[in-house]
Ligand binder design. Sequence first.
Ligand SMILES: Nc1nc2c(c(=O)[nH]1)N[C@H]1C(S)=C(S)[C@@H](COP(=O)(O)O)O[C@H]1N2
Ligand SMILES: [Mo]
Length: 419
Amino acid sequence: MNTQRPDSTRRVGRRTFLTQGAAWGVVLAAGAAADRTSHEVSPTLAPSDSTKVLGRSVRPYGSRSRFETAARGQVPSPTGESSASLTPLQHLYGIITPSELHFERHHAGVPEIDPARHRLLIHGLVRRRLVLTLAEIQRLPSVSRVHMIECSGNSSTEWARPTMPDVEGTHGMTSCSEWTGVLLATILGDLGVERGAQWVVAEGADGAAMTRSLPIEKCLDDVILAYGQNGEALRPEQGYPLRLMVPGWEGSTHVKWLRRLKLVAEPYQTREETSKYTDLMSDGTARQFTFVMEAKSVITYPSAGLRLPGQGVYEIAGLAWSGRGYVRRVEVSTDGGRTWRDARLQEPIHRIAHTRFRLPWTWDGRECTLQSRCTDDTGYVQPSIADLARIRGVHSLNHLNAIQSWKVTAPGVVLNVRG
Ligand SMILES: Nc1nc2c(c(=O)[nH]1)N[C@H]1C(S)=C(S)[C@@H](COP(=O)(O)O)O[C@H]1N2
Ligand SMILES: [Mo]
């Protein structure tokens, strides 16, 4: 066990190593981790002895084992066209979200776009307007970077009271991929940005023609015109053949199926930046252009909806991220916030990306409340829901980044509770 999981024993003394080794041995003997797996398939589907049967041959495009059934949860919607689905964070390992399980948010469904006919128009306050084909974009110097995307509506059901039965429901609108594409700065630098160009209006080629205005400074910094996701072309759901990746900013700014960028003097005040994606405060005013997704974390195991098979040793694991930079620290409490311990962060830690944290834990079988708290490299500490609500009220909908509490009950059932 220890040799398979070097990261859980690294940098600890020999004594701790031996103690932990012995403790984990109990888990192995009991075979008690069965509850974590996502499948319930009859063993009769597979040969009882795989060494006695010739295995199947190669296939040109892979797929997962038929015993694996983790799937995106659907968010109920009155019209199928304005739809969303959730990443099942409770079933994922590491930091990369498989492309098949990346959460989705579409305002007018997933359009089908022929990459050979797709064009990107860049115009407005630039010295030279430009129409680019995908092939032309792919000839330019490129970058590959690991970044998360979080919808600003992630956790929005949890403002007034805990509602969702699992972590997919409370936090499933965040996903993390390796994105490949061209820095927008590379293209804009070449075209020549005219004085007075303060904003860039980005427009998608879907039925919603989703449109957002972005400050020029961000576009000249780290925004990527992405055509690759986890080593292959973007998935249609993620904006094939071209999307904006706007590191750390709310999901709605990452315009998918991107067809137009216009450099302008003022933001366009589109529907998505006036009626939608604003934050209603308790005095009745609304905050606008709240782009950054602040530091946030959540324990994915154990989390609500799962059941611990009995007292003993477990590894608490979860994800942390910050739209402002690197995750520096994640603390875990197993006593409802009275005491905190530092979790181990999985390396390498990427900027503006899911960061996996882990902490060994012995459950004594009694009721307790688990929480995680993230600090980013600006020094910002993830707030409690009470502290957040004091400033924001509880009618904001968007941008809830508070500490999540999971209650482990004596029978081992885990519940979504208020800490
Ligand atoms: N063209 C277009 N871009 C879009 C959207 C859309 O409906 N149309 N949805 C936005 C929203 S609200 C979010 S949260 C992200 C979701 O990206 P994903 O579906 O790849 O997870 O895409 C954004 N980009
Ligand atoms: Mo979103």
